[in-house]
Design a protein around this ligand. Structure first.
Ligand code: MRU
Length: 353
């Protein structure tokens, strides 16, 4: 895979028609190795999502949607329409359990489930589901571009910005949410520098964001998570752009663990903190961020993160994968439908209605 400024790689693609193939970039190997793998069953898709071979809120929704095409294909031809629907519902529920925080996953699966209705022969069902998965993918591609265009006025030539985790093309169906802003700047020839938090414990910033931005011709400065506050308070960072996994009705935003610390430091430094996310990341059924389910990941991610044990045996480990930034620390939510400054429940409903 070769890079072209502003044109990052896509983490998943469907090749061919309904009898075609689902391919993803195996993200756990990056940046050392760029390899595509095929997912050929619902179990493969669930495993890939759980072990973060494909990750990022919109990307897991899109991949799960394609996973249901594989599910429909696996259903034996002698099943009744009702049995087919029940089998698909079971597979959708199984995929939904893989990662609880990003609402894009359940959003995409619910959208696919609207098509489960009988009567539909197996071939018709597969085609229907593939068409819908392709639409979800294409809509996300367009949403990424729209968000980047809305955000463009917040970036200036020669500016320095900070991001956390990977909210890039590797996490979406397009150029990314937060990183899409930087990719579009690269396309337009704007020179910017991006400070990238390494993002412990799984190093999405170091492994994925640095790789993706460098490949796009953007100047990267990789920093330890604990250095973010320094670069925010002492310069030269001028604004923070991050993605989100779920945004509650009042604008509280869940994103990768460590985002909250960055938001607090940005507020202390008087620096704008932007959350860039498509409408599919909003969960208006939740009044506030306290209701967002936070995924707890295996303790080994903390104790054995670098391929060897880095902590004593027998200690307690906490490994929540996400935290919630309260809306009042967010300068603006940037969606494909527009910018929501100083987000409130009312303002969010007005833009997303
Ligand atoms: O655990 P991950 O790697 O899936 O976490 C991803 C993030 O936190 C991203 O910032 C978020 O999903 C937004 S992706 C556009």
């Amino acid at each position: 895979m070769t890079g072209r400024p502003g044109y990052p790689p896509e983490p998943m693609r469907w090749e061919g028609q309904a009898d075609g193939r689902l391919l993803i970039i195996e993200q756990t190997l990056l940046p050392a190795e760029e390899r595509e793998i095929e997912l050929s069953s619902v179990q493969d898709v669930a495993d890939a999502i759980y072990r973060l071979a494909v990750r990022g809120a919109p990307a897991i929704g899109i991949t799960a949607a394609y996973g249901l095409v594989l599910a429909a294909r696996a259903i034996a031809g002698n099943q009744t329409p009702d049995e087919t629907v029940s089998a698909l519902e079971r597979d959708a529920a199984f995929l939904a359990r893989t990662r609880p925080t990003a609402v894009n996953l359940t959003w995409a699966l619910r959208r696919m489930a609207r098509l489960f209705e009988p009567p539909a022969g197996p071939v018709e069902m597969q085609q229907r589901l593939l068409d819908e998965a392709l639409s979800i993918h294409e809509e996300d591609r367009q949403a990424c571009l729209a968000m980047a265009r809305w955000a463009a006025p917040f970036l200036r030539e020669g500016g320095s910005y900070l991001t956390h985790c990977n909210a890039g093309s590797l996490a979406t169906g397009g150029i990314g949410t937060a990183l899409g802003v930087f990719h579009l700047a690269a396309r337009e020839g704007k020179a910017i520098t991006v400070y990238v938090d390494e993002t412990r414990p799984l190093l999405q910033g170091a492994r994925l964001t640095s790789w993706e931005l460098q490949r796009s011709g953007i100047e990267v400065k990789l920093i330890c998570d604990s250095a973010a506050a320094t670069f925010l308070t002492r310069g030269p960072v001028q604004a923070v752009f991050v993605g989100a996994d779920r945004i509650a009705g009042n604008g509280d935003a869940a994103n990768k663990l460590g985002t909250l610390s960055v938001a607090l430091a940005a507020r202390h430094a008087g620096i704008p903190f932007y959350v860039v996310a498509p409408s599919s990341t909003f969960d208006l059924t939740l009044a506030d961020g306290g209701e967002i389910p936070i995924e707890e990941r295996p303790p080994e991610e903390v104790t054995d993160g670098f391929g060897r044990r880095t902590a004593p045996e027998g200690i307690g480990i906490c490994n929540p994968a996400f935290d919630v930034t309260p809306a009042d620390l967010i300068t603006a939510l940037i969606t494909e439908r527009g910018v929501i400054e100083a987000p409130t429940t009312e303002r969010i409903r007005t833009v997303l209605a």
